[in-house]
Design a protein around this ligand. Sequence first.
Ligand SMILES: Cc1cn([C@H]2C[C@H](O)[C@@H](COP(=O)(O)OP(=O)(O)OP(=O)(O)O)O2)c(=O)[nH]c1=O
Length: 631
Amino acid sequence: MVLNPVLGKLVSKRVVLASASPRRQEILTNVGLRFEVVPSWFKETLEKSSFAAPYEYAVETAKQKALEVANRMHVKHLRTPDVVIGADTIVTVDEQILEKPVDKQDAYRMLSRLSGKEHSVFTGVAIIHCSSKDNQLETEVTDFYEETKVKFSDLSEELLWEYIHSGEPMDKAGGYGIQALGGMLVEYVHGDFLNVVGFPLNHFCKKLAELYYPPSKHNVQHKKYDSIPSVDTFENLSDGESDSSNFTEHKGASKLDSSGMCSSGAIYNSENSSSVRTGFMVPLENQNGVSESGPKLPSKILELMDGFRASKALFVASKLKIFDHLKHRGPLKAVDVSNEVRTSVCGTERLLDACAALGLLEKTPQGYSNTDSANVYLTSDGEYSLHGYIIHSDDHLWPLFTNLESAVKEGSRQNHRAFGKKAEDLFKDYYHSEEVKQRFMAAMHSIAHLTARDVATAFDLSRFKSACDLGGCTGALAHELVQIYPNLKVTVFDLPEVIANTSYFQPSGQHMAPVTFVSGDFFKDNLPEADLYILSRVLHDWPDEKIHVLLSRISAVCKPGCGILLAEMVLDDEKKNRSTALLQSLNMLVQTEGKERSGSEYRSLLEQHGFTNVKIRLTGNLLDVILCAKT
Ligand SMILES: Cc1cn([C@H]2C[C@H](O)[C@@H](COP(=O)(O)OP(=O)(O)OP(=O)(O)O)O2)c(=O)[nH]c1=O
């Protein structure tokens, strides 16, 4: 495998990717590189006009991103990394630099400029080698850029807006993602595709080859690597796929490293005395000083195997309210946290370390503190707190999921096994035990609040004068709707036990437009009159028979032109791509008679009750939105 020697040079180094881009992380993970992710705080505000060419801007931004992380890690965490990688992707058209759109209008402006034209995508990359001398950070910077040309077809206004409403453009340079829906806009690509997605892997490998395998004296004519050098270029390294005599296969050489990772495989020997490490795994040296390395780590599978550990660490830290304590009192040492939350010091320290490694906390010599996102999402009073949903996940979903195997075998919910109660009785508990009710409502509120803006703006709803959110619970979506559409009167309709407990969740503020709460059962009682009926995360609770009952009741009170708005995780028609939604469907299997459905399945259910013109928007947030009208 000829590429291994290049990336293998990074195996023994502490490598940091100074980027929050999930695409960059994926590209580098896919080739087996092991690295930490520390997103850069460098603000992308360099003066563009001061650069002679656009790529210079991208390269300088990449450099500043990486240097910021190198400095921060050195100063703040006293952990100097060996190598920090930074990157910046820009799109240029008509001599203008396009970065990520700030809002939907900005995305529209960018995409309409790109329509029907060829443009360039530049990614600047900086590889910073760091060392520490007398406690001073020393850096050696290598940088480069890659250009790829992309041509868009002519984009109609409708397609353009549909694409913008999908939510995909917002975190991407030029306002599109070639790797997903944006691929549909592209007529041709000239150059490295991965460069467009955010990281020019091929050029990166060539750069590493230049750095780690400079041309030898007898080979000086090769000043630069125009291709990724084959192993021969690396001073007669043997390739595992060649039949060189230096290659010895060691069957059964399988060991666990300290992190529990398994490595097995071949030994590669080099001509000179220093052993050359190939493969992406931490090499194991045998008695002759020859390093062994095995096949590429199945990192995705390992991540899935460990997934439950990470979930449980998050659940326990949330349950112990560690994020709340750290928000108000941090940074705190492990011993102080354990005193606050009355837990063992050794257990708490391990939990805190795991949370820090998972990116939920920051660890410094002063102690542990919350990351920004922990403050926003994990504290119980954070602006978009998910605390309620996390506790619900731990107390309710976790026991249900431990019975997934039975659910799959039997094809039905598992409340009786998980809680010793039938689902119906459990449902009564939701509303008769104060504690369970509050927990459930807090969980529903968490998700509704977090998704409300995207649900409310997925379509222009300004033509509706009144809306009724059936099963609208705490009114999180209703409040968002009245903010966005000041002329819309919104009623929340839910069971009396729910309505009686909504006051705790109401937003404060003098200028909040009112929302009306009405109690009732949408399967039995008269539905309030409205132009638009909203069902958010309701239909997925029920089997088709019950949905028909509900839709026929809505259809009976809906006048022509009135509509239904559904907010659900919508599966793709082939049910193979949207893993979050597919896992949510398993979640429905273990606890309800419902399931997640595809766009076509929702369309068919709605059309059977006279609702047509069914439009579906994928928001890119947790919930997708479907709008239809009664004919
Ligand atoms: C053009 C294009 C860009 N992109 C992405 C790559 C980058 O992640 C992003 C450009 O923004 P960048 O500022 O380069 O990167 P980022 O903000 O995502 O991450 P960071 O600054 O922390 O490194 O656009 C795609 O995913 N697909 C595409 O087709």
